[in-house]
Structures are given as structure tokens and as C-alpha cells.
Design a protein around this ligand. Structure first.
Ligand SMILES: CC(C)(COP(=O)(O)OP(=O)(O)OC[C@H]1O[C@@H](n2cnc3c(N)ncnc32)[C@H](O)[C@@H]1OP(=O)(O)O)[C@@H](O)C(=O)NCCC(=O)NCCS
Length: 395
């Protein structure tokens, strides 16, 4: 009989064993010397499953926050999940996640998110895909036809100039707070100011309106030569607060028509900057699905903002460790939620994740069996929580 698994939080003494596990699972280069930074990193908690002295599975929790309905929701971001090949298929993830997520809940993290390598791994653990980070390709030629919008001035940001860094940060914050899903990029996991974008070495172009207010930016890089048909402009982040700012930034990339064929854009969901494109091509090249689950039904709804409509919505949750009956009260854009005897509709845990994220209508949840019972409040649920989803960070 193999020894029973022991689940515990990991410490710096476990760093080498975890590096070995991750190298094998993800194909990272084997570490050659002492680690460059402390492990677990600030704002991360690491958990492991041990059989005897052997570390056979591990995962990390990142202390994050995500915007929903205009408020920041404390989020346990899961990363670096790996099981030793000899121990795969033995459901070690179930007790590992139970303990890891109970700890997250006790710390006040009310939802959890992750980028699964396969959605099937995390469905049994209550996560559902609510969005995706994606790389899309847009032909440069179509951008060259965008007329210059009036009243937008573009300027190159200076990465060492603090006001420029603050401007970019402010644009991200305004954009992110108006979406469901994006990370706040604050707290212990935050990268240094000015280095929040996926790539530290990007050129950043800022867009300002006639009043001098910042209304957008693009973080981009030129790659692979100047053969007009084949070369690429890679845009790691493109945030616009107005259609005119989006048009001006797209047009900037149109200026590469003679030397590049494609803009490769990192984006997600129904990106509003697409609405100003004159041509249809928007070719998805690569996707990173993003999963979400609630950890605490009452806490998650209390933490989330919503549309400014008034409603009292009884509901029930079945499964994924969230079983209970509740009453959700919406007033003036804020939500309260408490356990209550309720005869309302019944969400499965995964159905509730999709509704909470604002990405599926109640009708669609019923279609796939993730919501059942009375449908009289369906339109109110949709109006309260709906609104699309966006994510711009990978972790
Ligand atoms: C992914 C990984 C952690 C799963 O470990 P495991 O020991 O097989 O997991 P479990 O036995 O606990 O299985 C959990 C569930 O995931 C499912 N699953 C496992 N691998 C899967 C895959 N590649 N695609 C779809 N579902 C998968 C299992 O069928 C099981 O579902 P079930 O309970 O409904 O049967 C392991 O294969 C691994 O370390 N892979 C390499 C690294 C990796 O991909 N990590 C995930 C990063 S997000």
C-alpha cells in the first residue's frame, strides 16, 4: 500500500522539489543555479500533496482581485497545477483543491479563477469556462484605410517617465473597472508600475483627446523583418476608452502597410476596439480559456457590483460544494445576499459561475441543464449581471 497522501502548504524548503515537478510537467528549462527570486513569490501560496517524503502534486494560489460590476472582487488565482506522471488519474486534485480553496475562502477570497490546459480537468472541481485570452490576427492593409479621427493626439510614452506610466495605469483602471473579469493589477501580485503589460519591453503609444485627457494606449513591438506580406506588428495590449482613440491607434498600425502584413493582437471576448475596424478579418490564432468558480456564494455577491435595478431574487445552488438556499437583493447597483429559505430557481455551481461572470443568459443555462426551476426572474438575473467578459492577464 502506498502511504496516504498528506496535503500541506509548501515552504521555501520545498522550492527545489516544486521546480523539478514543474520542469517535468510544463517543459520549463531545468533550474541551473539558485532561484533568482524568493519562492513562493510575494502574494503566492503554494500547496502540495506528499506521499511519504515525495512531493507528488503541487499548485499555487495567487492573491488577485477582479473587476465585476464596477467593484473589485477578491480572487484566488490558481496556477502551476501539476501531478507526477506516475500519480496521474488518481484524483489527487480533489483533496488538494478542497484544502487549498478552503484556505482561500477563510482568507476572504470569494471567487477563484484559472487558465486550464484542458477544461475537463477543472469541471469536476466546479470551474466553468467564462472567457478566454486570445491572440488574433488582423491584416494591416485594412487598417490603412481608417481615416484619422478628429481630436486625437498620439504620443510615444517614455517608460522612465512616471507621469506617462501613471497615465497608462489610469487608462487601464478606467477600462477594467467598466468590464467584468479583468484583474485590478493591484495588491501583492502587481508587477511594478509601468511593467504591468505582458511584455516589459514594448513600445507604448498613448492617445489623448482635445482636452488633453488620456483615452487609450497600445503596447506593441515590431518583429520579424519588413517583408510587407509576412512581417508582423505584435500588440500585447490595446486599450481604448473611446471609439476615436481606438480608430487612431488602429490607424497607427495601418502605417506599417508597406513593411508588415499582419497585426497580431492579444485580446479577449467582444473587444470593443473591433467595432471601429472597416474590414471583417479578425482571425483567432491561439486561445487560453479562463475558468471561474465561486468559493463563497454570499461573499461573492456582496463583493460584486451590478446594474442599477432593484430586485429581490430567491435562488438555490446545488453542487460543487456551494449547496444552499439564498436571497439576492439588488438596489442602486449594489448587491446583498444572505442564506434564506427560498423556492427560486436552482443553479448548479458551474451555472452560477457563468451567471456571476455575466457571460451566459439564464435561457442558455437552462438549455444545458445548469439552471432549473421557476423562470419568472430570468430577465432580472440577465439584466443585473450580464455585460460580457474581458481578461488581459495570463497567470
Ligand atoms: C492536468 C493534471 C494536473 C491532471 O492530473 P490527474 O492526476 O490526471 O487529475 P485527477 O486524477 O485528479 O483528474 C481530475 C479530472 O481531470 C480529468 N482530466 C485529466 N486530464 C485531462 C485532460 N487532459 N483533458 C480533460 N480532462 C482531463 C480527469 O478525467 C478527471 O475527471 P473525472 O474526475 O471526471 O474523471 C496532470 O495530468 C498534469 O500534471 N499534467 C501536466 C501539467 C498540466 O497540464 N497542468 C494543468 C495546468 S492548468
Amino acid at each position: 500500500m502506498p502511504p496516504a497522501p498528506e496535503i500541506r502548504s509548501l515552504t521555501p524548503d520545498d522550492a527545489d522539489a516544486v521546480a523539478d515537478l514543474d520542469t517535468e510537467a510544463f517543459g520549463y528549462p531545468a533550474p541551473t543555479g539558485p532561484a533568482a527570486e524568493q519562492w513562493p513569490t510575494v502574494g503566492s501560496r503554494a500547496w502540495g500533496v506528499l506521499r511519504g517524503r515525495d512531493l507528488v502534486a503541487a499548485a499555487e494560489v495567487r492573491e488577485l482581485a477582479s473587476w465585476f460590476g464596477g467593484t473589485a472582487v477578491p480572487t484566488a488565482g490558481i496556477a502551476a497545477v501539476a501531478v507526477r506522471p506516475e500519480h496521474r488519474g488518481t484524483r489527487l486534485l480533489v483533496p488538494l483543491f478542497r484544502q487549498m480553496l478552503a484556505d482561500a475562502r477563510a482568507r476572504g477570497e470569494v471567487i477563484s479563477t484559472l487558465f486550464p490546459t484542458a477544461p475537463g480537468i477543472y469541471r469536476p472541481l466546479g470551474y466553468e469556462i467564462v472567457g478566454e485570452l486570445a491572440d488574433v490576427e488582423v491584416p494591416v492593409a485594412s487598417l490603412a484605410r481608417i481615416p484619422a479621427p478628429e481630436g486625437i493626439v498620439l504620443r510615444r510614452a517614455d517608460p522612465d517617465d512616471e507621469p506617462d506610466v501613471v497615465v497608462r495605469r489610469a487608462v487601464y483602471d478606467r477600462w477594467a473597472a467598466a468590464q467584468n473579469g479583468p484583474l485590478t493589477r493591484q495588491g501583492p501580485q502587481q508587477r511594478p508600475l509601468g511593467r504591468e503589460a505582458p511584455d516589459d519591453w514594448d513600445t507604448v503609444t498613448l492617445a489623448f483627446d482635445t482636452a488633453g485627457e488620456p483615452v487609450g494606449y497600445a503596447a506593441w513591438r515590431r518583429t520579424d523583418g519588413y517583408q510587407g506580406g509576412t512581417a508582423t506588428v505584435t500588440v500585447h495590449e490595446f486599450i481604448a476608452l473611446t471609439g476615436a482613440a481606438a480608430a487612431a491607434l488602429w490607424r497607427l498600425f495601418g502605417g506599417f502597410e508597406s513593411v508588415a502584413g499582419t497585426v497580431a493582437l492579444r485580446t479577449s471576448g467582444g473587444d470593443a476596439t473591433r467595432l471601429v475596424l472597416p474590414a471583417a478579418p479578425w482571425r483567432p490564432m491561439r486561445q487560453w480559456p479562463y475558468g471561474l468558480r465561486l468559493l463563497d456564494v454570499v461573499g461573492a455577491f456582496r463583493a460584486r457590483g451590478a446594474a442599477p435595478i432593484d430586485a429581490t431574487l430567491p435562488f438555490r445552488v446545488i453542487g460543487d460544494g456551494l449547496d444552499g438556499t439564498y436571497r439576492l437583493t439588488a438596489s442602486g447597483g449594489t448587491l446583498s445576499c444572505e442564506p434564506a429559505a427560498a423556492d427560486g430557481p436552482a443553479f448548479t455551481g458551474r451555472g452560477l459561475a457563468l451567471a456571476y461572470a455575466g457571460v451566459q443568459s439564464c435561457a442558455n443555462l437552462r438549455f444545458v441543464g445548469l439552471l432549473s426551476g421557476p423562470d419568472t426572474d430570468d430577465a432580472r438575473w440577465d439584466a443585473l449581471l450580464g455585460g460580457g467578459f474581458a481578461i488581459r492577464n495570463y497567470f
